[in-house]
Design a protein around this ligand. Structure first.
Ligand SMILES: Cc1cc2nc3c(=O)[nH]c(=O)nc-3n(C[C@H](O)[C@H](O)[C@H](O)COP(=O)(O)OP(=O)(O)OC[C@H]3O[C@@H](n4cnc5c(N)ncnc54)[C@H](O)[C@@H]3O)c2cc1C
Length: 481
């Protein structure tokens, strides 16, 4: 039982976002008093858990949804720049021994894109032309030759009908990341640095009096000058409880997920890559199927999916009432507008959720023609809580990115949305810092530059700088340069 305590900062939720923000804050001002509340008995058990996400270090090296127009690489470059901030911060943390051996949380894993059919082959060729000379995408290769693709990963080619045109790109600088390990290691460091971490302790409500937030949690109360809501799918619920006007009009669209997993050693040895493809017609962009090498606790496996579905829970360990209880007068129009304008998506998700396992397995066979159901098992992934927001013209829109929602005075900030997610945690938390502590930006600039050298600048516009950043972070994180 802990009684009421006063903190400078309270972090709600023990996922990668709170862990990253807490770590940044402790490095910038070690004197800050910070508490972290997590409702589950351990941190990193929801989306940040390695088995609940795909562990792709999203740098737009292989994901087609960042480049619908193959001749416009701007969004892909932006995502890659954001991922470099994470690589730089993690490198700093390894150097300071805040994170342990990089092998415990990150591995070099080539990122590939694989497409079939003339239209997609042509698209991929154009995409490759747009990216191959971009400094952050240096080393990308393209091939239409099944023999070459088989050299990269034979599972895609063995048993394939070669009459259909295929193509692939491959880049060595891709990564597989255990975001759960990063979260746990950061939280362990925070505890050692004096942060009070309360697990099995849900924040039930919060309200503001004068300049302070008062929080009621499972075992008592606390106050804080600044609150970060890193509650994943439940961020909307906490925001609604806070009563800030900025939260009005937001809703959450939950998308459930499943992966197929194999630990068959023969298959694992034949495949060392993360291979993304095109989304099926009607599928949400984050449900693009991919076949991934995953390394968790030093053990390799292959993961395929995610298979998307409809489930009203906002967290994997949430409640089926999450969706109905989130409806308010202020967000009913956005909810209804999104439902009406996304009937195709809702139909797709409903169909997916009712598909038999045998039918779902056919999608894997499209990737791995020789796949055998006895090698694979279904596991339940995390819930993706996508953002619904007000829109002047449409009433409401469904957004697939992330969004920081904060009060006008910056005393509370929350992260809504799921993608590109954990990979860009550092970029997103820097945005939270700007909003919460605008008066300390100048004071903190030097330390931020030390931790994240390319902060506030672009790497991709300067080939030498991009190369040197990639090489430095590869060395620090024991990755292939
Ligand atoms: C299927 C799937 C695949 C994904 N693949 C990738 C990928 O390949 N690469 C990538 O970068 N990202 C990926 N993501 C996204 C990524 O996992 C998330 O963006 C990231 O983990 C979110 O971290 P978080 O800290 O915001 O939330 P979470 O990790 O969900 O943590 C939120 C925490 O808050 C706790 N909590 C909630 N409410 C309360 C409360 N009231 N009081 C106390 N505690 C509370 C929860 O229990 C939870 O532990 C994927 C996500 C999913 C679901």
């Amino acid at each position: 039982m802990n009684s009421s305590k006063n903190y400078d900062v309270v972090l709600i939720g023990g996922g990668i976002m709170s862990a990253t923000l807490g770590t940044l804050l402790k490095e910038l001002d070690p004197k800050l008093s910070i508490a972290l509340y997590e409702r589950l008995n351990e941190v990193a058990q929801e989306s940040s858990n390695p088995w609940n996400n795909a562990g792709t270090g999203h740098a737009a090296l292989c994901e087609l949804n960042y480049m619908p127009n193959p001749t416009d690489p701007s969004k892909a470059i932006q995502i890659n720049e954001q991922f470099q901030l994470s690589r730089q911060f993690w490198s700093y943390l390894v150097e300071k021994k805040i994170l342990g051996d990089p092998k415990t949380f990150i591995d070099s894993t080539p990122h590939m894109t694989f497409v079939q059919g003339e239209k997609d082959v042509e698209y991929l060729a154009k995409r490759f032309e747009s990216l191959k000379d971009q400094p952050l995408f240096s080393g990308m290769e393209f091939s239409k030759d099944p023999k070459q693709i088989a050299k990269w990963t034979p599972l895609l080619i063995d048993g394939r009908d070669e009459s259909k045109p295929i193509a692939a790109t491959r880049i060595e600088s891709g990564t597989d990341v255990d975001f759960g390990a990063i979260t746990s290691q950061m939280v362990n460091h925070l505890k050692a640095a004096g942060v009070e971490v309360f697990t099995g302790n849900e924040v039930k409500s919060l309200y503001k009096t004068n300049k302070t937030w008062s929080l009621k949690h499972a075992t008592g109360t606390a106050t804080a000058k600044f609150v970060f809501v890193g509650a994943g799918g439940w961020a909307l619920k906490m925001l609604q409880k806070s009563g800030i006007p900025e939260a009005k009009g937001y809703g959450t669209f939950p998308v459930s997920g499943e992966f197929l997993k194999t630990t068959n050693k023969d298959l694992i040895t034949k495949h060392h890559a993360k291979v993304y493809s095109q989304a099926a017609v009607g599928a949400p962009p984050m449900s693009v199927p991919h076949l991934d090498t995953r390394v968790v606790n030093g053990q390799a496996s292959l993961l395929f999916g995610p298979y998307a579905g409809l489930n009203p829970k906002f967290l994997k360990q949430g409640s089926i009432l999450d969706l109905p209880l989130s409806v308010r007068l202020a967000n009913i129009v956005p909810y209804l507008s999104v439902a009406v304008s996304n009937l195709g998506l809702i139909k797709y998700l409903m169909t997916e959720v009712t598909k038999s396992n045998a039918k779902k397995f056919e999608l894997l066979k499209d990737f791995v023609p020789n796949a055998d159901p006895k090698d694979w098992e279904f596991i339940t992934a995390g819930q993706r809580a996508q953002v619904i927001k007000k829109d002047a013209k449409k009433g409401g829109v469904l957004q697939f990115g992330t969004e920081v929602v904060s009060s006008a005075d910056g005393s509370i900030a929350a992260l809504l949305g799921a993608s590109p997610g954990a990979s860009t945690a550092v970029y997103i938390m820097l945005e939270v810092l700007k909003r919460a502590y605008p008066e300390r930006t100048t004071e903190w600039h030097k330390k931020l530059k030390e931790m994240i050298p390319s902060i506030g600048t672009e790497l991709n516009t300067d080939a030498k700088k991009a190369k040197s950043s990639l090489a430095a972070t590869a060395k620090a994180l024991k990755l292939k340069a």
